[in-house]
Design a protein around this ligand. Structure first.
Ligand code: NDP
Length: 250
């Protein structure tokens, strides 16, 4: 079922932990060649080593990358080794939430960091990769949104705004690239147990643990399965979006 991703070149942002890391392992298992990007180089090296042990036949290229830095994104895409330069699938996964503040309590730093990463970063990476896909007349862009991009909640103003934007970008891009044709997908997870929650609460692990208390939450692997499912459909069809909730989550 997932075999269609064999030999595809896949660029994943935020591959150093959580959902992005799980995606790397699943794509590796099915024979994709990987460009793994994130800011934490040491963590990326570990992911690369595990990908190579899962599948010694694939190529894995690591790049330290901050998605807020559009110039380094452009430089990376232009300087990829020849056998990795034709990106077939882009997984726009890098993202974060900071605090769960009511509107009046959001600092400029929180607003700027979340919007710069989740919205502007996704646009920068997509723009850099898209021209190659258009030239080749094919490609697939998979954006990791969130159920926070479908309805707001108290304390969610900044993060929800960023994920509503991911949904808007996904829809616009699909319309813009319909004649190429490039596939565009949004995967919208509910609660997934990753480092995300710890970052959201500024390292307060007790508060973070409360988010996952009481119910069994999804894992990065659950979301990776949706990503690779979408990536491996026949050329004639595109998965427009998948929403994944933890069982019992409302
Ligand atoms: P993690 O914190 O485990 O992973 C986030 C990833 O994003 C890390 O690899 C991190 O890498 C990367 N990242 C963050 N900021 C930047 C940046 N400026 N430049 C490059 N990479 C960056 O959390 P998740 O795996 O849960 O999050 C992945 C995506 O899933 C996010 O877009 C998140 O919004 C979304 N999501 C998560 C949910 C959840 O409950 N966990 C629910 C719904 C959506 P590094 O720090 O090394 O740069």
């Amino acid at each position: 079922m997932f075999e269609c991703v064999k030999d595809k070149v896949v660029l994943i942002t935020g591959a150093s932990s959580g959902i992005g890391e799980s995606c790397a392992y699943l794509f590796a298992r099915f024979g994709s060649h990987l460009i793994l990007t994130a800011r934490r180089k040491d963590r990326l090296e570990k992911v690369k080593a595990k990908c190579a042990s899962i599948n010694p036949d694939i190529r894995v290229y690591n790049a330290e990358l901050d998605v807020r830095d559009s110039e380094s994104i452009d430089r990376l895409v232009e300087s990829l080794p020849q056998d990795m330069a034709s990106i077939d699938i882009l997984v726009n996964n890098a993202g974060l939430a900071l605090g769960m503040n009511h509107v009046e309590d959001n600092t400029n730093e929180i607003i700027d960091t979340v919007i710069d990463t989740n919205v502007k970063g996704l646009l920068y990476v997509t723009r850099a990769v898209l021209s190659g896909m258009k030239k080749r007349g094919k490609g697939h862009i998979i954006n990791i949104g969130s159920i926070a991009g479908q309805s707001g909640y108290p304390g969610g103003s900044v993060y929800c705004a960023s994920k509503f934007a991911v949904r808007a970008i996904t829809e616009s891009l699909r319309a813009e690239t319909a004649n190429v044709p490039i596939k565009v997908t949004e995967i919208a997870p509910g609660k997934v147990e990753t480092e995300f929650s710890i970052i959201r609460f500024h390292g307060d692990t007790t508060r973070a643990a409360k988010v996952y208390e009481g119910t069994e939450y999804m894992t990065g692997d659950d979301i990776a399965e949706s990503v690779v499912f979408a990536a491996s459909r026949h050329e004639r069809c595109v998965v427009s979006d998948i929403t994944m909730l933890a069982t019992g989550q409302v």
